[in-house]
Design a protein around this ligand. Structure first.
Ligand code: MN
Length: 245
């Protein structure tokens, strides 16, 4: 390569390297659900849009519950997560799984734990439900049958786990580091990506919110009926995608 050509190529590459981070941290390209800006700069997370209308899951989950849950609760977690994250400069630039994996049981990390968890958990929750549920099939079906012997046994165990959460929290179907699926629960807005904070860390594939705000308007104290309804509208294609990731 002639020297002049080489210089021109280098200049183009350098310019590209400078321009790209700027582009990815501005305007419509603000951080989405799985990463913050590159190069350690802070980009606020945005409230993810629901993948369906507020009334799309009715009658199993009513429109008013969905609207308050998304536009008030999830929005609140998102705002407070951004406030906490902006101050935590040492965590800027981390993808969410790494950020959660770095959290410790300390006062300094409490707001990130509660609101970062609230941000991520609800984003997953909306996506693992669908107004047009399809039967489970393929690799996720095989993986569940392998781990729990049958789909019915999985459903019973997941239902029981969700019902057993004392107070506010979540029940999860997760993939462990060994690839095995397991069911676990977490209190408050903790999730299984918080390696140092949960009993059984893993990658969440499916999660149900059993805070009363998720069901009380329609189901009052009948959490079991709400869990049953949730299990009828699981988006297995989304769960399958998370299994492969
Ligand atoms: Mn919630």
């Amino acid at each position: 390569m002639k020297k002049r050509t080489f210089l021109k190529v280098s200049t183009t590459l350098a310019a590209g390297a400078l321009v790209t981070p700027w582009l990815t941290s501005c305007g419509d390209n603000a951080a989405t659900d799985d990463s913050n800006a590159s190069n350690g700069t802070f980009t606020p997370y945005q409230l993810p849009e629901l993948p369906y209308a507020y009334d799309a899951l009715a009658p199993r989950i009513d429109a008013q519950t969905m609207k308050i849950h998304h536009s008030k609760h999830h929005a609140g977690y998102t705002t407070k997560f951004n406030t906490a994250l902006e101050a935590a400069t040492d965590l800027h630039g981390l993808a969410l799984p790494d950020l959660f994996g770095s959290l410790q049981d300390t006062e300094a990390h409490t707001a990130l734990r509660n609101n970062g968890g609230g941000y991520f958990n609800h984003d997953l929750f909306w996506k693992v439900m669908t107004p047009t549920p399809q039967p489970i099939s393929g690799d996720i079906k095989s993986a569940i049958e392998s781990a729990f012997t049958s789909l019915d046994t999985f459903s019973e165990q997941f239902h029981a786990a969700a019902k057993s959460v004392f107070g506010s929290g979540w029940a999860w179907l997760c993939k462990g580091n060994d690839g095995q699926l397991f069911i676990t629960t977490t209190p408050n807005q903790d999730n299984p990506l918080m390696t140092h904070l949960v009993e059984q860390p893993g990658t969440p594939l499916l999660g149900i919110d059993v805070w009363e705000h998720a069901y009380y308007l329609k189901y009052q104290n009948l959490r079991g009926d709400y869990i049953q309804s949730f299990m009828e509208i699981i988006n297995w294609a989304e769960v399958a995608t998370r299994l492969k990731a």
